[in-house]
Design a protein. Structure first.
Length: 152
């Protein structure tokens, strides 16, 4: 039967394998708050932010990678000048199960739903991630999103 056949040792090293250099080429080089980020109604009817985060490798291709994600929201307008106008959220996406559960394969973004929004008529969204690198180091990627208006 033509085609790929299973079997054999899937853990063996491939002869002539480029190793860490090839993996580093596919590691994320940039992070952005995707334009699909929006305010939507939560299950309780209150507004929540559906924050879409996209990682891209050096070729500009989006994809997945283990990471610790931090999302900061700054409210603007009435009531946003104090600490109630700023919120910080973190999400650990290092484990394969947690990472896969937060990844939307259709949009190729991580989707994080945030319920406790800061005060203000508009939100400024900033995201950063601590990304484990193939050589054992950790890199920090960051990106800003557009200002999102809260529905009244």
């Amino acid at each position: 039967m033509p085609g790929c056949q299973g079997g054999g040792d899937a853990t063996r090293e491939i002869e002539g394998s480029p190793g860490l250099a090839a993996i580093a080429d596919l590691a994320p080089q940039s992070l952005r708050v995707h334009p699909l980020t929006r305010v939507e109604g939560g299950p309780d009817g209150r507004p929540r932010l559906a924050c879409h985060i996209e990682l891209a490798d050096r070729f500009g291709h989006s994809g997945k990678w283990p990471l610790e994600l931090i999302i900061e929201l700054q409210g603007s307008g009435e009531g946003s000048r104090d600490s109630a106008g700023f919120k910080r959220f973190s999400k650990d996406l290092i484990s394969a199960d947690d990472n896969a559960a937060s990844y939307d394969w259709v949009t190729r973004t991580y989707v994080v739903l945030l319920d406790e929004l800061p005060k203000g008529a508009k939100l400024s969204v900033r995201a950063s991630a601590r990304v484990p690198w193939p050589d054992g180091s950790v890199r920090v990627l960051s990106g800003n999103g557009d200002v999102v208006a809260l529905a009244r």
